[in-house]
Design a protein around this ligand. Structure first.
Ligand SMILES: NC(=O)c1ccc[n+]([C@@H]2O[C@H](COP(=O)([O-])OP(=O)(O)OC[C@H]3O[C@@H](n4cnc5c(N)ncnc54)[C@H](OP(=O)(O)O)[C@@H]3O)[C@@H](O)[C@H]2O)c1
Length: 428
């Protein structure tokens, strides 16, 4: 299984090779932090059976987050698993949604099929889908990792998350962390990279070899997925147009965006219409954007509209598994048929797809300086609720990172970063 996935990932990502679109200098001007630190491995002691974590015991708003030191350490149950000591995690919109119960119906079935009978309790649940950390233990069948290896990973949504001291994953979900990044920087990338690659490659049909003559529009480009996608597409040589708020223009241009349209200005759609048609649109916004965005694509040329905002999990939550999945499938089918028949446009939904082999390739791009981390804010582990609060406020400019295990140098940077958060909040 591992080799099949490795081959698929190699096929998708073997094309990556291009120049970085931005420099450290431009990113620094855009408010991003860059540093280089290493970490010390520390495995759970033989006597340690519990760990620190932020959990939820019910779905709700920020008040449901609870700090505990009494969560069982996730032991290795399968030969292919690795246990990782988490150094840093980051927040994504999915964490806020999952805190509120989003996707619970489908995710519980994936966690335990007997949940269909209604007697399953997923709590206490640990949120956090990104991690950067150090391997502390390996199952007997693990071939690519050893204790002490620095790794990064995007965690599947049905597994316990990274707002905890330790996480256990299969080795196929884990990748060696880029050497050029600190854990804080590395934790900002896996989830958005896995999402962007799934959307742009699998759904959008783009790759290094075919992107140089492509015009791509990214809506909502100033957040986590957008800031990664701009850099990836520029590394592949695409022409990249983005929509974002006016005060994010410096950031997205620093990352390489060719054209920037301020969606708050009122005439954004008219401006986009005058720029010429696009080959691919990556929609990070959803809502009514698909009503005008599809018309910006080149008709009858294989152009693709890819949205990350689909109703699948919302439908299964509100209507139950079968009705919800059927309803979502029906919606997708209708839109796909309508668009292909009317203008030859491929209409697609994309989903985040964690994959260690994909991260191996992203790691090479990062170490080659072609992809830079965009860390907007960082919080200590004691302030996870504050991190959620900041993130929920919206207006992300890159990623919000949580320092799960403090590295010595991070303390020096921490107060600066928290000051920046306040300043960013005031600007917005
Ligand atoms: N299907 C999946 O598996 C999957 C996976 C990952 C993400 N997603 C979804 O994809 C979306 C993007 O994710 P993300 O991690 O990048 O989110 P994010 O970090 O929260 O960024 C969203 C960005 O969009 C900007 N924005 C908001 N409204 C906008 C508009 N109308 N036009 C242009 N920009 C706008 C925001 O800044 P301002 O408000 O200041 O403009 C912010 O910078 C989210 O909806 C997320 O739920 C789906």
């Amino acid at each position: 299984m591992g080799s099949v996935r490795a081959m698929a990932s190699t096929r998708l990502l073997g094309f990556i090779n291009a120049k970085a679109a931005c420099s450290t200098k431009t990113l620094a001007r855009a408010g991003c932090r860059l540093s280089s630190k290493r970490n010390v491995c520390s495995s759970p002691s033989r006597l340690q059976s519990s760990m620190q974590a932020w959990v939820i015991d019910q779905y709700g708003t920020n008040g449901v987050l609870r700090y505990t030191e009494e969560i069982s350490i996730p032991t290795i149950n399968f030969a292919s698993e690795v246990m990782i000591k988490v150094n840093a995690a980051s927040l994504n919109p999915l964490d806020v949604s999952m805190r509120g119960g989003y996707g619970a119906t489908l995710l519980n079935i994936r966690r335990d099929p007997s949940s269909l009978m209604g007697n399953y309790n997923e709590f206490p649940l640990i949120l956090g889908r990104d991690l950067s950390g150090v391997v502390v233990d390996c199952g007997s069948g693990v071939t690519h990792f050893s204790p002490g290896d620095e790794v990064w990973a995007a965690i599947p949504p049905w597994k316990q998350g990274s707002l905890a001291e330790f996480v256990t994953l299969t080795e196929y979900e884990v990748s060696h962390k880029p050497k050029s990044l600190s854990h804080i920087e590395a934790a900002s990338i896996p989830y958005v990279a896995s999402t962007a690659l799934s959307a742009l490659v699998n759904a959008g049909g783009l790759c290094r070899e075919n992107s140089s003559n492509k015009r791509v529009l990214i809506t909502g480009a100033s957040g986590g997925v957008g800031t990664f996608s701009i850099q990836l597409l520029k590394a592949w040589g695409a022409h990249v147009t983005v929509t974002c708020s006016q005060n994010a223009e410096g950031l997205v241009r620093g990352l390489g965006a060719d054209e920037v349209v301020d969606y708050t200005a009122g005439d954004a759609v008219e401006k986009l219409e005058m720029m010429g048609k696009f080959d691919v649109i990556l929609d990070n916004v959803g809502g009514d954007s698909e009503q005008w965005a599809v018309g910006l694509l080149k008709p009858w040329s294989g152009a693709k509209y890819v949205t990350l905002v689909s109703p699948l999990l919302l439908n299964t939550d509100s209507m139950g598994l079968l009705d919800g999945a059927f309803h979502a499938g029906f919606t997708l089918h209708n839109k796909a048929i309508q668009n292909i028949l009317s203008s030859g446009i491929f209409y697609r939904w994309a989903f985040y797809a964690p994959d260690g082999f994909v991260l191996d390739e992203v790691s090479k791009l990062v170490d080659a300086g072609k992809i830079l981390p965009v860390v907007e804010a960082q919080f200590p582990f004691t302030q996870v609720p504050q991190a959620f609060q900041k993130f929920e406020h919206g207006h992300a400019r890159g990623k919000t990172v949580v320092r799960v295990a403090e590295e010595e140098d991070d303390w020096a940077e921490a107060s600066d970063s928290e000051q920046e958060v306040q300043e960013t909040g005031q600007q917005n």
